[in-house]
Design a protein around this ligand. Structure first.
Ligand code: TNX
Length: 538
């Protein structure tokens, strides 16, 4: 019988040659190029940890080995070619070749999946044995991301590191950190100390769904990452060739900022939000607000090395601006006819500044509403129709539509499902999703991203339940070509993949539904439904 390798994502070309290689028969890990030495040591560490086998990294070794080398002209970063790799495993050893170190990183992620699942554990629990295979692989899309919301509910740094490692294992290459929102600001900014002192925590949190209750838990919630934490997160990701995209959400979603610095708004600062929804508080369109943003962006680019900075821009109500003398004055001065143009004014100023720092701006699709500089990348969340709209307006896009890849939506119809915001996004729905909408020039689609908004995910266990196994299926959709996926349906591979999640200690949602302790029960996590209204393009 054909053995099941159950790789997720499925490599584009995979030949199972039969037979196995015992890595204990090898003498070393050979990294020919200095640029891949770090990755080679990473493999060495992982093997030692999960199997007890210790192979040293050398630049040269005669005899059977794991050989890692770069070959051919170097592709540009963030191209599909930069992540292509060739992996050969036979009785004589392992050969991993790529044109770019990122390709080596992807090949190693596949290699980790070829080991016994228990080799993913943190102490020796499995033999270092891999099947003999020939793999030639390249991703379908160049941006394959997972968004983590550590603003609504803060998570310890270790959890972010774990999520980066899991993204790597699934050959995703982007972790988008949603660092700021109404309910908390999570990044230290030394020149604005009140962000850490005041904006990083709230006095309490609503119990149950915000639309269902007026009960609060009476317990403070908060936390923030220091610059040293963030540098560590970035370095950890960069070892794995995963990009960390920082998001600073302005000029809306700023209740926490305004609690710390009320002078940036109408002056009537309210406390950091303790419930969820869209709040009307926004930055006033002043030079002080722009100076604040510049201070923040200055620190962001010192800490994050990705060529992109996400400036948020979603759900910015205009009510405050409608009655603000400052906004009226700006509109008059700049000849802005529609109040939505105030957001455009912010977007332009942010884009100009971030560009001057040598980074590209990304914004949620609302930045399109009043027009946005075409160099801005648009992450489209409301509806796929906005993909078309953005591309027609000359933007590159990241496809992140709410009805398909918002993993804060329910995963099943059972009343036992724990509390979610709304919606229904089953693994089957994710598996059947086509990320590039028909009629859109695929070259303008950088890729796609799944979102883990955390209003209703108070701790890491909740995030894991929502993220897995949908994230694995999502990664497969973005990586493997439709023909590849058709030939090896992901839902058939998923069963063989779950032991890997288990070995990693991920508290995923079983395919048949929640374990008793994962259900919502009758208390604070009880399921609450409200109709999910898909946004329609204007
Ligand atoms: C919309 S998506 C939001 C978030 C919420 C999310 C909940 C987007 C850019 N804004 O603020 O957390 O819906 O699903």
């Amino acid at each position: 019988m054909q053995r099941r390798l159950s790789l997720i994502p499925q490599p584009q070309h995979l030949v199972d040659a039969g037979g196995e290689l015992d890595l204990a028969t090898l003498g070393a890990i050979v990294a020919v190029d200095s640029e891949t030495t770090g990755l080679a040591w990473l493999l060495s560490d992982l093997l030692a940890r999960g199997t007890g086998l210790r192979l040293a990294v050398q630049s040269d070794f005669e005899g059977p080995a794991v050989r890692i080398r770069l070959e051919g002209p170097r592709p540009e970063d963030l191209t599909c070619e930069s992540e292509a790799y060739r992996l050969r495993i036979d009785a004589d050893g392992v050969d991993l070749v790529a044109a770019h170190p990122a390709g080596i990183a992807r090949g190693l992620a596949t290699f980790r999946q070829l080991l016994p699942a228990d080799a993913l554990r943190a102490a020796p629990a499995a033999p270092a044995i891999v099947p003999c295979v020939a793999i030639d692989d390249v991703p379908r899309l160049r941006w394959r991301g997972v968004h983590i919301d550590i603003a609504r509910h803060f998570q310890p740094k270790e959890f972010v590191l774990a999520m980066i490692d899991r993204a790597w294992l699934h050959r995703l290459n982007v972790v988008h950190l949603h660092l700021t929102d109404d309910q908390g600001w999570r990044m230290e900014i030394p020149s604005r100390p009140k962000l850490a002192e005041i904006a990083s925590w709230r006095s309490e949190t609503v119990v149950g769904h915000a639309l269902d209750t007026e009960t609060f838990d009476g317990t403070p919630h908060g936390g923030h990452y220091t610059l040293a934490d963030l540098r560590e997160i970035v370095a950890y990701a960069s070892e794995r060739h995963v990009m960390v995209i920082p998001e600073i959400n302005l000029p809306g979603h700023t209740r926490a900022v305004l609690a710390a610095y009320p002078e940036l708004g109408t002056g009537h600062g309210k406390p950091v939000a303790t419930t969820f929804g869209v709040f009307e508080e926004v930055l006033e369109p002043t030079e002080e607000s722009l100076a604040f943003a510049r201070d923040v962006f200055d620190v962001v680019v010192q800490v994050f090395d990705a060529p992109f900075v996400h400036i948020g821009g979603d759900e910015v109500p205009t009510v405050q601006w409608e009655s603000s003398p400052v906004a009226a004055e700006l509109m008059k001065r700049e000849g802005i006819a529609d109040v939505r143009g105030v957001q455009t004014w912010f977007t332009r100023a942010f884009t100009e500044y971030v560009t001057s720092l040598d980074r590209r701006v990304i914004g949620w699709d609302e930045i399109l509403d009043g027009g946005a500089p075409t160099e801005a990348v648009v992450s489209v969340w409301r509806n796929e129709a906005y993909v078309k709209k953005a591309v027609e307006a000359g933007h590159e896009v990241i496809v992140a539509p709410e009805p398909y890849v918002y993993f804060d939506h329910y995963e099943g119809e059972s009343p036992d499902e724990p509390l979610c915001i709304h919606g229904l996004t089953t693994v089957e729905k994710v598996a059947a999703w086509e990320p590039v909408p028909a009629g859109v020039d695929p070259d303008s689609v950088l890729g796609a991203q799944c979102q883990l908004w955390s209003e209703y995910m108070p701790d890491a266990r909740d995030v894991e339940y929502r993220a897995f196994p949908r994230l694995a299926v999502f990664a497969d959709v973005l990586w493997a070509a439709p023909e590849t996926r058709e030939a090896a349906p992901v839902l058939e591979r998923l069963e063989g993949h779950l032991p890997r999640l288990e070995a990693l200690g991920i508290e995923y949602r079983p395919l048949e539904g929640p374990e008793p302790w994962q259900t919502g029960g009758t208390g604070a996590r009880k399921r609450f439904d409200r109709p999910f209204q898909e946004h329609q393009a204007e």
